[in-house]
Design a protein around this ligand. Structure first.
Ligand code: NAP
Length: 281
């Protein structure tokens, strides 16, 4: 069976073009444009790269950005006061606090300080609660990007067995909730799961979100399954053995160019949605 590539790069480009047109139109009409604030605490090189990519992506579609870089020794109190300022600034539509924060920072407390209407990265406890209750909210960007990508290729969800390997608050857990919302029968696996290969073999849709290179093996994949590799490890390698998996799958995301580009695109989309809600109110 030949496996169709779920092209996240292509869908991202299409969505970003649409957003660019939308922003130009709204700016013409209102004289305003959406703005994303990014907060980076410390000097983590990967985090710096991610923040720079997000800021650059804003600029490319005509979205404003405000980049805040705080020193490594920043306290939780200081970070909370920065978030409070951004919360009360009407020119800011979305706030992104780059994960991970240094260990002295209470990151959960900081995430939860972000106003729900500016939580465009979907990181607050409230947004996870609303997602779990099936209410409208901003979603965590990577799992929502995966859903949009699967929808683009008309992948059926209803009644399908979905297996999510990984249960992190930003990826695995919300992924499982979104698949449940789509009426999949969902199994969540983690480091204490027994007989993982057997469970993965039941999956019509498998999402790898483990953070270990090629951890999920090609021979665990059921014939015809849809394979989504959310992992990103050194050397452009995902969490799934994609060459092996794509011998069996019907569709699969490549690494890179699958899930990765969708994450920033959803961040931009949700910032634009927040802006639209603001100008309509
Ligand atoms: P994480 O917070 O480290 O979580 C990893 C999860 O994998 C945990 O739930 C852990 O289980 C589970 N796990 C570890 N070893 C396992 C094993 N032997 N069997 C089954 N499950 C196991 O990682 P994350 O932040 O969710 O990221 C996961 C991957 O996605 C990484 O490769 C990361 O780079 C990538 N990622 C990509 C994007 C993007 O934009 N493309 C965004 C975010 C993350 P326990 O809970 O039991 O420890």
């Amino acid at each position: 069976m030949s496996s169709t590539i779920l092209d996240g790069k292509k869908l991202s480009e299409k969505m970003r073009e649409e957003m660019k047109r939308d922003i130009a139109f709204l700016q013409d009409k209102t004289g305003k444009f959406p703005t994303l604030a990014t907060i980076l605490v410390g000097e983590n090189p990967s985090s710096k790269t991610y923040v720079n990519m997000k800021v650059k992506s804003c600029g490319a579609i005509g979205m404003g950005s405000k980049k805040i870089h705080l020193p490594e020794e920043t306290t939780t109190e200081k970070l909370l006061s920065v978030i409070d300022e951004l919360n009360s600034d009407p020119s800011i539509n979305g706030i992104l606090l780059q994960h991970p924060s240094p260990p002295q920072v209470d990151e959960r407390k900081a995430f939860d300080r972000i106003l729900p209407e500016k939580d465009v990265d979907g990181v607050t406890t409230l947004s996870f609660g609303q997602l779990s209750m099936g209410e409208k909210t901003f979603y965590p960007c990577t799992p929502y990007g995966i859903i949009l990508l699967l929808e683009e290729y008309n992948i059926p969800f209803k009644g399908k067995n979905a297996v999510v390997v990984g249960r992190s608050p930003i990826l695995g857990k919300p992924m499982a909730m979104l698949l449940l919302e789509k009426n999949c029968t969902v199994t969540i696996c983690h480091s204490h799961t027994q007989n993982l290969p057997e469970i993965v073999r039941t999956a019509d849709i498998i999402v790898g979100a483990v953070g270990r290179p090629e951890f999920i093996k090609g021979d665990w994949i059921k014939e015809g399954a849809v394979v989504v590799d959310a992992g990103y490890n050194e050397g452009n390698v995902g969490d799934i053995d994609l060459p092996g998996a794509s011998l069996k799958s019907s569709f699969h995301t490549p690494v890179p160019g699958g899930v990765g580009p969708m994450t920033i695109t959803v961040l931009l989309k949700q910032t634009l949605d927040s802006f639209k809600a603001q100008i309509q109110s």
